[in-house]
Design a protein around this ligand. Structure first.
Ligand code: AMP
Length: 280
């Protein structure tokens, strides 16, 4: 396994793989890898000749008041996990390598970027689209793997690929959870013991939605009420948003017709956790 830290080295390797006709699977991450990332890597390994994992804590997707500086990092553990998973190369550039002095070009997914997480994280999806497009250009993947846990990110990136006529397939992957149901996240390490115990209520809220939908409920109001009821059991939780939206437009709906997403963001202290479930 190779570790590349410069764009030029990575591009040279990409060119060699392309010349020999190898298909490339890319798993973009911010590192501090866990079982959720590993599931993406495994699927990429199954479907592609070559697997590249990018590890880059992207400053342009963090607002100044967010956790960019303290975001957990562990390159040694990440390399070990990638090696074990049969990854061919890690791309781990510095901030200066990705955003050199004088950098000015950004991709802005207007409209969709102001919904759900975008409301409380202005500029976040502009940063995500920009860095992911750069990664696509550097690695030229045939397939790129993203988790359903970041559902809005997945929707926006799929639209970017469609809108900008990019030549690759976005592969959505299911949410991997802890044994009690909490969605695995690099940010879970921020939680105190008590917060961690209560955080399982996000999963309980998605399960409440799933049960009601399965029982035939199509009105949004009672589903949202049931989800709020589950979140209310977590005394330390503060809801950022809890919405049921149309999967393509991210507009809030009153009835569930076609594919919808029940999505939430919840603060425990300064830690913001997200979870969601597809309905329909
Ligand atoms: P991150 O390093 O948090 O930016 O995540 C990198 C990729 O892994 C994104 O596509 C995430 O959606 C995905 N991911 C993170 N956590 C999980 C999880 N628990 N299950 C599935 N995918 C995940």
């Amino acid at each position: 396994m190779e570790i590349f830290t410069t764009v030029s080295e990575m591009k040279n390797q990409t060119a060699l793989w392309k010349q020999s006709g190898k298909s490339i699977g890319l798993v973009p991450t911010m590192g501090y890898l866990h079982a959720g990332h590993a599931s993406l890597i495994e699927e990429a390994r199954r479907k592609n000749d070559v697997v590249v994992v990018s590890i880059f804590v992207n400053p342009s997707q963090f607002a100044p008041n967010e956790d960019f500086e303290r975001y957990p990092r562990d390159m040694a553990a990440d390399s070990a996990l990638c090696l074990e998973q049969g990854v061919d190369a890690i791309f781990a550039p510095s901030t200066g390598e990705m955003y050199p002095e004088g950098y000015i070009s950004y991709v802005d997914p207007v409209d969709l970027s102001t919904r759900l997480c975008g409301k409380s994280r202005p500029g976040h999806f502009r940063g995500v689209c920009t860095v992911v497009l750069k990664l696509f250009n550097i690695m030229q993947p045939d397939r790129a793997y993203f988790g359903q846990k970041d559902a809005q990110q997945l929707i926006i990136l799929s639209r970017m690929v469609e809108d900008l006529n990019l030549d690759l397939q976005i592969c959505p992957m299911p949410i991997i959870r802890e044994s009690d149901g909490l969605a695995i996240s690099s940010r879970n390490v921020y939680l105190s013991g008590e917060e961690r115990a209560q955080a399982v209520q996000l999963y309980a809220a998605t399960e409440a939605a799933r049960r009601l939908y399965a029982a035939g409920e199509r009105s949004v109001a009672p589903i949202v009420a049931a989800m709020e009821c589950e979140l209310a059991k977590a005394g330390l939780a503060r809801i950022d948003y809890l919405e049921i939206v149309d999967l393509r437009t991210l507009n809030q709906v009153e009835r569930i017709e076609g594919q919808c997403l029940a999505a939430m963001a919840v603060y425990f202290g300064k830690t913001r956790l997200i979870d969601n479930i597809l309905l329909g």
